[in-house]
Design a binder for this molecule. Structure first.
Ligand code: 5GP
Ligand code: MN
Length: 348
């Protein structure tokens, strides 16, 4: 594997960052554990270098990620659109973490594009999604890696900043590492993922507490929503090895659903014996948001890109349909399922 962090470019970036007047770190819309973990980890590394930076997200993230060191200082475009856009569009060095195209930055898209067009801004993408758009000045892209946090750890090594690895930095990196690898379950896990976990644990970071904060933080209504979705809204197509869950805005409101409450539902559908493809869709902000998961050779990234305006990874992808009803998206999915059937008949 080519090491994108080995080149001159990454060493030169360190020098550039050290003298930059404004450094801004951004990530994708609906930020997840890897988006926030990698962004706050980079902020931590930069402050150890004496470089202040702003972390700007398109929108809010789930409460179960609020424990992360540095969370209080994160700025949000949906809360303060003008100030957030101005920070991003005028950054001297702009980091784009965990996303492979400006369109993934939601409300920050225009500001990211402005920074890309500005000759005085250096835009640096660090990401692990396939087929990145060629939008940044420096593209540190490696789709063979399971999480952006693993790439930030490689940046830490390339910059010879290992001395900055304390338990706060380790906690941020560990969050992205475990959330994007399904706690070391997915095929994207490499020996280096465990080497990194070992180095993080050696800082004294409380890994067991982090797992609890992320995975044992359900509200009662959230558990009840999960129970409802699995008992009433799960459709299984065993002959096609597929399972689908859908939730309407009314159903989400009934259970007082909060951001992040439905995360993981799609994995419950995929956990059914024999199922190789699972889809979850919900009404969200006037659009239909879709999460797709697969086991083995079937590419949900292709499905997301071809049918649901999305993308992602081979076994974990997503998309969104604007201006289409939940029922229409569900009908389309159910009609497509038999066409995928032949490709889903495998055990592994
Ligand atoms: P999730 O289902 O957890 O929201 O997302 C799974 C994966 O699909 C993530 O890697 C995420 O980056 C990607 N993904 C989710 N939604 C979208 C989308 O609307 N567009 C694209 N291009 N990727 C998405
Ligand atoms: Mn990621």
């Amino acid at each position: 594997m080519e090491d994108v962090f080995a080149g001159e470019e990454v060493a030169a970036l360190k020098a550039q960052v050290l003298s930059a007047k404004s450094v801004v770190v951004t990530s994708h819309r609906s930020p997840d554990g890897d988006a926030i973990g990698s962004s706050l980890a980079l902020k931590h590394i930069l402050s150890a270098m004496g470089v202040p930076c702003a972390v700007v997200m398109p929108d809010a993230y789930a409460k179960f990620l609020h424990w992360m060191p540095g969370h209080e200082e994160v700025r949000f475009h949906d809360a303060e659109p003008e100030a957030a856009s101005a920070l991003v569009s005028s950054a001297e060095v702009l980091f784009c973490l965990d996303y492979n195209a400006p369109s993934r930055a939601g409300g920050l898209m225009d500001a990211v594009n402005q920074a890309c067009a500005n000759a005085k801004s250096s835009v640096v993408m660090i990401d692990h999604h396939q087929e990145p758009e060629d939008f940044a000045d420096i593209m540190l892209s490696d789709s063979s890696t399971g999480s952006t946090c693993e790439l930030i750890y490689r940046l830490l090594q390339a910059w010879e900043m290992q001395g900055a690895l304390d338990s706060d930095l380790a906690s941020c990196l560990y969050c992205g590492l475990i959330t994007d690898t399904g706690s070391f379950r997915f095929s994207s896990v490499q020996p280096s993922s465990h080497d990194m976990a070992s180095a993080l644990l050696a800082t004294g970071m409380n890994h067991s507490r982090i797992h609890s904060l992320i995975y044992d933080a359900y509200r009662l209504e959230q558990v009840q929503l999960t129970a409802y979705a699995l008992s009433q809204k799960l459709e299984v197509f065993p002959e096609h090895r597929c399972a689908v869950i859908s939730l309407s805005q009314d159903e989400l409101l009934h259970y007082n659903a909060q951001k992040g409450d439905t995360e993981g539902l799609v994995n419950r559908a995929l956990s059914i014996e024999g199922i190789n493809f699972a889809a979850f869709m919900k009404e969200d902000d006037g659009r239909v948001k879709i999460s797709l998961r697969s086991r083995g050779s079937f590419s949900v990234r292709d499905v997301a890109a071809e049918h649901f305006n999305g993308g992602g990874h081979h076994n974990a992808a997503g998309g969104a349909c604007e201006g289409e009803s939940l029922q229409s998206v569900l009908d389309r999915m159910v009609a497509l399922i038999p066409t995928w059937s032949d490709d889903l008949q495998y055990d592994d």
